[in-house]
Design a protein around this ligand. Sequence first.
Ligand SMILES: [Zn+2]
Ligand SMILES: [Zn+2]
Length: 150
Amino acid sequence: MDKDPLLAHDWIKMNMKFPGFCLICKQRVNSAEVGYWSRSAKSILHQDCYNLSGLHFKKNQNSFKNKAVHSQKNGDSLLAEFITERENKEKCFICSKQINFHDNLIMTLLKLERNISTLDTIYCSTCLSRSDLHIFEEYKHAFSNKLKSG
Ligand SMILES: [Zn+2]
Ligand SMILES: [Zn+2]
């Protein structure tokens, strides 16, 4: 396999059964230490190295429980700009209430939005949470599709 082993999709968190060397920092990983192992990459990583590597961003694409969806710095500053610009102006597409950009749900969705500067339809958290709407699901779906195609 000539693919970058770090791009393997099967990193599993586990207690190391054997000592080895971390693919990223090349330092020793002791047996019984918690780290990550990939069958396809035939490699192991320190837990910290894994966390710092950005690999878990991909892993978390379907786990919405993890609210800390990290964007690159670029995305973050775009998001900050977006909020400054639209705060107190943006209204919910459905109920026309003003959007609270500090709401967790709203923030999560905004962070998922790759093309935030062209985003023109926003929903308030009340509408997003309504069970008869599937916007949130659609967002999630769209997001994981983007990841798969990217
Ligand atoms: Zn390491
Ligand atoms: Zn609304």
